[in-house]
Each structure stands twice: as structure tokens, then as C-alpha cells.
Design a protein around this ligand. Structure first.
Ligand SMILES: [Zn+2]
Ligand SMILES: [Zn+2]
Length: 100
């Protein structure tokens, strides 16, 4: 597997940072349960709440509709950790683009 360097984002608070994708419920709310997958050479870390996971299961993947519910936004890894601290971690999930 070839490793590639993911571009960093410029966070106003943390400077050049690795980024993660976080669903809008986790960005804006608190006290939700969430799933996460670790970053891999070909995908950034992602976190999504139980509500998004229901849609993900119903759609059997991150379809346009599922992504519409999640409303992904690139978030600096440190800001992401700060957001996730307000929620309850459920379990690690295998990334959907991972070979099964
Ligand atoms: Zn969500
Ligand atoms: Zn940040």
C-alpha cells in the first residue's frame, strides 16, 4: 500500500493540523453517542453519531443521503477531539472504504 501525505488544514486555533471528518450533530450538539474510525493511509479519521449510524446502516454505506444527514465537515484533529469530549464514545468502526 503506498503511503501518501494528507494535506493539512490551517486551523485558526491550532495552526497546520491533521484533519478529521465529523458529523454535524457532533460538531453542534453534546451528549450523543458516537462511532469513530481511525485515520488510514487513504482516509482521514471520521466520527459520527448514533443517529447518522442508523442512516448509514439503512443505506448500507455512506451514500449521498447518508452523507447529507452527516453533513461532513473537515475539522482540525484537535478541534475534533474537543468536540468529541462532549459525547459518549461507543466503539471503533471499520472504515467503509477498507477492504472487507
Ligand atoms: Zn450525526
Ligand atoms: Zn483546531
Amino acid at each position: 500500500m503506498e503511503s501518501q501525505v494528507r494535506p493539512k488544514i490551517q486551523c485558526p486555533r491550532h495552526g497546520a493540523s491533521e484533519y478529521s471528518l465529523v458529523c454535524r450533530h457532533l460538531r453542534l450538539e453534546s451528549g450523543r453517542s458516537y462511532y469513530a474510525c481511525k485515520n488510514t493511509p487513504h482516509a482521514p479519521a471520521q466520527a459520527w453519531c448514533a443517529l447518522c449510524d442508523e442512516v448509514l446502516c439503512a443505506e448500507q454505506g455512506w451514500t449521498e443521503r447518508a452523507c447529507g444527514v452527516a453533513d461532513w465537515q473537515i475539522t482540525c484533529a484537535e478541534c475534533c477531539s474537543a468536540s468529541l469530549a462532549r459525547h459518549n464514545f461507543l466503539t471503533w468502526s471499520v472504515g467503509t472504504d477498507e477492504p472487507q
